[in-house]
Design a protein around this ligand. Structure first.
Ligand SMILES: [Mg+2]
Ligand SMILES: [Zn+2]
Length: 259
């Protein structure tokens, strides 16, 4: 069956109302919190390093799991996800957080089942109950090569969405191809994207129609990036309708009238 559309969510400060990496570390230890703010290490590696130190100092996995249940997620955002799901949209998360945090938080709120895909940094618990986090693209892996200049080393969210679109196409009946890399993309689903950071710009370039909606959170780095006024044509390159939002309720009401 053809999905109504593809709804992609960034996680930190988009689906949830905090930065999960930072929230967990601050919950665990003020010393590690300081490390987060001062270390020059690549962000994902730094999370892994902090969790390693936490474990070495006798910190429990239970505390980490407990911290995930304290993460704020607006009930209106849950309703927005439920609405999209009920209307036949495929929901996906594309995030620079990690699998364990995202799964744990979605399960805590009882909405894991709404999401068909979670694309993020891999994470796992070892037999000592230590949490490990890895980069989606390893330091010695093939770089994504994205030229937008907004994507972090370990993930190009736009390319990840390209893969998702291809997968949707291959699940679909013959003759219907999603995505722009197919020879003739016959059916392109509607798309929407919810984001707040500069690295949420690249995905917006995958949305091809004014029917698509790009939800940009107010007051954060993506909004500022879109306001860049030099000759780069940053905002002009976006064909989707841009909706600036602050509270999840604004996304919900927008969807209630637009779907
Ligand atoms: Mg974010
Ligand atoms: Zn990119």
């Amino acid at each position: 069956m053809t999905p109504t559309g593809l709804a992609c969510f960034d996680f930190d400060w988009s689906l949830i109302d905090t930065d999960s990496d930072r929230f967990v570390i601050e919950y665990l230890s003020p010393v590690l919190r300081h490390k987060l703010d001062t270390s020059p290490m690549q962000w994902t590696d730094l999370q892994n390093e902090c969790l390693k130190e936490y474990h070495e100092q006798g910190g429990s996995g239970e505390m980490i799991r407990e911290s995930l249940t304290k993460i704020p997620l607006d009930s209106k955002m849950i309703q927005a996800c439920q609405l999209l799901h009920s209307k036949g949209w495929v929901l996906a998360i594309v995030s620079d957080a990690n699998q364990v945090y995202i799964e744990g938080i979605l399960e805590h709120y009882g909405i894991r089942n709404l999401f068909s895909a979670i694309i993020t940094n891999p994470a796992f618990w070892d037999t000592q109950d230590r949490l490990h986090i890895q980069r989606l693209i390893l330091a010695d892996g093939t770089p994504h090569g994205c030229t937008t200049g907004v994507c972090s080393l370990n993930i190009c969210k736009g390319q990840e969405i390209d893969k998702l679109l291809l997968q949707l196409g291959s699940d679909n009946k013959a003759g219907e191809t999603f995505g722009s890399s197919g020879k003739e993309a016959k059916v392109l689903p509607r798309m929407l994207y919810v984001g707040d950071g500069r690295n949420d710009y690249c995905p917006a370039l995958r949305m091809k129609s004014a029917q698509d909606i790009y939800f940009v959170r107010k007051g954060r780095s993506l909004e500022k990036y879109l306001q860049t006024t030099d000759a780069l044509g940053i905002r002009e390159a976006i064909r989707a309708r841009i909706v600036f939002w602050d509270k999840a309720g604004e996304i919900l009401s927008e969807l209630q009238s637009a779907l």
